[in-house]
Design a protein around this ligand. Structure first.
Ligand code: ARG
Length: 472
């Protein structure tokens, strides 16, 4: 919505819903400066849902007649249809989504519309709307997270035997299986899912009825509106209800960690698609080209996800700073909660969608992964463990393997390429069976315990991960 063409209502101060005590019109800049309708109109359907529940409750407790409730409900439903069709005349002069809808209701159904706001305030109304909106987004995010995890686990199962180098310090360290690496990503996402569900519990409480800050003198039924809106229960304290934004901060903290995890996976995808690594193929539909270098295929999607992590971290800090030192109860500062929250939720959802689409399409270049794993003496630890099994103390074994590696480096060979005689110079405990442990397959298969990289363990872990996902 542009600020310039917003019109449709109110030229004089008394036309504002709160205009009674004012003697001059709001300064035109102040009007725009204090308005939130440009961004809070995306909570319009939640606002209507909240109003419907509030009006129904008011009629049930006898504050509104059934007829009044009927008129209000019909009017609100017609407005919802108008909004969905894109025909609603949003007005900056009416400040925010709440007053736009209320004014529209009165212009549509007449004086009865003015009764809707009985026993509530925009303060509890906005807190209700944000919670409803965020709950909807959380459920969409949870679904995309699950779609991504299902794709990753399936890919991990297919790649349970695929050998790649495992890294520490980005140096080739020990061979692992690609399936095992993918399941590491999945673990991060499982924790994210748990955090999201935990956050949802605190989002899903109803502040409606807290009114401006102290509650209301009408005989309202807060449990009823909570129930009508699908909240678990009403919030406990009216002052806290209108000023609490912990739930938004918690959500942003979830989103920050999620994006942190996706950025780590993104970074690996960027590395692995480079010609230096060349471990995976990312289908063209997730990449773009360069306007000057014809040979280029850039991994834009993971790069952008990596980049978007910054803005989500920023939103978390914005909200923490917004709430710092705020006295009870509602302060206009809180209008600033929406844009960071909306963008954090949108970004999390978009990045998950991109990843969920991409994950099943990743193609492992198994030969390149295998060749890279074979480089860099990645089975040196296996040789040390072999010597320990033959009775050598681990520290001595470490020394022996160090000497063997140094000998191999001088001859530009890998450990497995040295002859038995060459290896035996460093320890007479080394026998012909040493070559079994120097293979990559032997190395990964030996790590055969819960959490280990052995293909059998990866398959078992995939089974457990699938059960967890199915139980959601
Ligand atoms: N637009 C406001 C917000 O987003 C709604 C609540 C306004 N309440 C008030 N007392 N001015 O926070």
């Amino acid at each position: 919505m542009s600020n310039d063409n917003a019109s449709s209502n109110s030229a004089n101060p008394a036309a504002k819903l709160w205009g009674g005590r004012f003697s001059e019109a709001t300064d035109a800049f102040v009007e725009r400066f204090t308005a939130s309708v440009m961004f809070d109109q995306r909570m319009a359907l939640e606002d209507i849902r909240g109003s419907l529940a509030h009006a129904q409750m008011l009629s049930e407790v006898g504050v509104l007649s059934e007829d009044e409730y009927g008129q209000i409900a019909d009017g609100l439903k017609a407005i919802a249809a108008e909004i969905e069709a894109g025909d609603f005349p949003w007005s900056v002069e009416l400040e925010d989504v709440h007053m736009n809808i209320e004014a529209r209701l009165t212009s549509r159904i007449g004086a009865t519309g003015k009764k809707l706001h009985t026993g509530r305030s925009r303060n509890d109304q906005v807190a209700t709307d944000i919670r409803l909106w965020l709950r909807g987004r959380i459920d969409q995010i949870a679904a995309e997270l699950t779609r991504l995890q299902s794709g990753l686990v399936e890919l991990a199962e297919r790649e349970a035997d695929t050998i790649m180098p495992g890294f520490t310090h980005l140096q080739s360290a020990q061979p692992v299986t690609f399936g095992h690496h993918l399941l590491a990503w999945n673990e991060m996402l499982t924790r994210d899912y748990e955090r999201l569900m935990d956050c949802r519990k605190r989002v899903n409480r109803s502040p409606l009825g807290a009114a401006a800050l102290a509650g209301t003198s009408y005989p309202i039924d807060r449990a009823r509106t909570a129930e009508l809106l699908g909240f678990d229960a009403p919030t406990e304290n009216s002052l806290d209800s209108v000023s609490d934004r912990d739930f938004a901060i918690e959500f942003c903290a979830f989103a920050s960690l999620l994006l942190t995890h996706l950025s780590r996976a993104s970074e690996e995808l960027v590395l692995w698609t480079s010609s230096q690594f060349d471990f995976i193929d990312l289908p063209d539909r997730f990449c773009t080209g360069s306007s000057i270098m014809p040979q280029k295929k850039n991994p834009d999607v993971p790069e952008l996800v990596r980049g978007k992590t910054g803005r989500v971290n920023g939103h978390l800090v914005s909200l923490l700073t917004l709430m710092k030192s705020q006295p009870l109860a509602y302060n206009k500062d809180n209008q600033e909660d929406k844009e960071p929250l909306f963008d954090a939720a949108d970004t999390a959802l978009d990045c998950l969608r991109a990843f969920a689409d991409m994950a099943p399409a990743l193609k492992a270049k198994k030969e390149n992964m295998y060749a890279a794993a074979a480089k860099g003496f990645s089975t040196a630890t296996d040789l040390a463990d072999y010597l320990v099994r033959k009775g050598v103390a681990f520290r001595d074994a470490h020394e022996i393997v160090g000497q063997s590696v140094s000998f191999a480096i001088e001859r530009e060979k890998d450990l497995a390429e040295l002859s038995l005689e060459q290896l035996q110079q460093f320890s007479d405990q080394i026998g012909e069976d040493v070559f079994d442990v120097l293979t990559l397959e032997g190395s990964v298969a030996a790590r055969d315990h819960i959490g280990g990289t052995a293909p059998e363990q990866v398959r078992a872990a995939c089974g457990r991960a699938k059960e967890l996902i199915a139980a959601r």
